[in-house]
Design a protein around this ligand. Structure first.
Ligand SMILES: [Zn+2]
Length: 127
């Protein structure tokens, strides 16, 4: 699982290097495995100071067609978004894998209870 994710990531980064741009350096992304599923943490992701429920994300890279690859702080997976959908000072909805709950996210809390929370938007910072 984790190896597949690392393979996918390595492959994507290689493709980005060939035709686009890569914005990460070694150690920025930390892949991990939990309950048999693979995830990744982008250590550069920050919380916005005046809007604490919104994350500020730095892209992994951008390809030759203008698609930006980033690590989603909601699901800790990789998503693509076209740069034309990204504007400075305007947050976007994450392109989350769980399309059924586009505006809501579910998780099981420490008491084993299913919790639904509103999915927050993110800022993507392109230099
Ligand atoms: Zn996501």
């Amino acid at each position: 699982m984790k190896n597949e994710l690392i393979e996918y990531l390595t492959e994507q980064i290689q493709l980005l290097r060939e035709g686009g741009q890569v914005f990460i350096k070694y150690g920025d992304l930390v892949p991990f495995e939990s309950r048999g599923r693979a995830f990744v943490i982008d250590t550069r992701t920050r919380i916005k100071e005046d809007e604490p429920n919104i994350s500020i994300i730095k892209p992994v890279g951008i390809n030759e067609r203008g698609y930006v690859l980033y690590v989603c702080p909601d699901c800790q997976r990789l998503h693509w978004v076209h740069k034309s959908n990204i504007q400075r000072d305007k947050p976007i909805m994450t392109g989350c894998c769980n399309k059924k709950s586009r505006s809501k996210r579910m998780y099981i809390d420490s008491n084993g209870k299913l919790v639904k929370v509103k999915r927050d938007k993110v800022y993507i910072e392109i230099n």
